[in-house]
Design a protein around this ligand. Sequence first.
Ligand SMILES: NC(=O)c1ccc[n+]([C@@H]2O[C@H](COP(=O)([O-])OP(=O)(O)OC[C@H]3O[C@@H](n4cnc5c(N)ncnc54)[C@H](O)[C@@H]3O)[C@@H](O)[C@H]2O)c1
Length: 425
Amino acid sequence: MSRFNESRLKNSDKAILSVIGLGYVGLVTAAGFGLKGHKVIGVDVDEEKIEGLCNGLSPLYEEGLDEAIKNMDFTATKDYQAVLDTNITFLCVNTPSHSDGSMNLTYLKKATEQLAEALRQKNASHLVVVRSTVTPGTTEEVIVPILRDSGDPEICVNPEFLREGKALHDFMNPSRIVIGDGDGKSGDLLQELYRDFGCPILRTDLNTAEMIKYASNAFLATKISFINEIGNICKKMGIDVYEVTRGMGHDERIGNQFLNAGIGFGGSCLPKDLKGIVARAREVGYEPRILNEVLGLNEEQPLKMVELLKKHIPLLKGKVIGVLGLAFKPDTDDIRDSKAIAIVEGLLEEGAQVRAYDPKAMPNFKKYYPHIDYKSPEEVLKSDATLILTEWDEFKNLDYTNRVIIDGRRILNARKARIYEGICW
Ligand SMILES: NC(=O)c1ccc[n+]([C@@H]2O[C@H](COP(=O)([O-])OP(=O)(O)OC[C@H]3O[C@@H](n4cnc5c(N)ncnc54)[C@H](O)[C@@H]3O)[C@@H](O)[C@H]2O)c1
């Protein structure tokens, strides 16, 4: 039995939760529990974000998020004292990488310290849920000691598996929920909170829950680099890798997802998490081989787009090169570790003039690349050649006739171009 009064959750059917860190994971967690009828208090250090949220403006683009936030019982604040009105706190702050790939825990430690300070004033029990992605051992070795002298809250690890672009949908329809705790009991209340999500709930210890997240992302990243490698071989042999994967995917041991050969994986999670687990493996005396190669292949893959372009335009200096797609994947404005960055860098190094379009990610890209041209997709297609870097739906219906297209994302209609090259087909 949990130390919590379980009937409180059952009877009122409404919990009061706090979420610390209102980025992709925090806001989606807040909105998801809001959609389930719970009251949520969000805490963040970013004043602009808080101000926007107080005026009903979501700081990021995710389908359904704006509406959910507007319609739920949600308060956003900078004040950690607000957690005292809640019984459960989700820690969702960013855990970026150091340059050697190891995890930079500065933000998470700071947030945990601020939470601990607030919780010292609380007499009743409290559950702290680590939802940020942290390498195995972090909760036990770093989070638990910080929280120990703050009323000794119960502590769980509850990794998030969302896909950006479908984040709220994934939160509401999870494939599984993993709850790790140190005593086999602290997770009871959290399990209760998730009781009507209609998916398996796995209870583990803290380290295992942390490892499940890394192993899942490492496997997905491996699948992508694997199929890109097969695609690179196919390209040399004049074989269409998409026909090959169609023939592979029917085997349910393989499955047909994450087998889209292309320019590689980006985003805030797969590259960072892979580097994180490689660094953690080294700390415990193991040099990973597969995972290192997965990362290496993923660094090289986007550069193939520039190589293919140079087959058709050997001297890029002064040429106008179009780029369709800047976000690391469709349906998001997120450009963190987007492969478009490496490709735009490559084009600029060759002296090309870059003309770009993305339905959502141009404002974010502009912050780092204010000097390239941002145009409509039709204007972009008038460039000397155009590279397709994100598989946005709206790129499927553009008029590609008479154009020179290098396709990194398999947009079938683009095959109507005068000159067409696919990266792995
Ligand atoms: N983005 C994803 O798709 C995804 C998926 C699964 C897991 N994760 C993991 O979840 C965590 C959060 O990722 P994200 O993409 O939401 O990050 P994010 O950068 O979008 O958001 C983090 C938020 O935390 C806030 N913050 C930083 N320090 C704080 C503090 N001391 N107190 C309060 N707020 C603070 C920041 O201002 C920011 O709003 C990371 O560990 C990440 O690896 C991310």
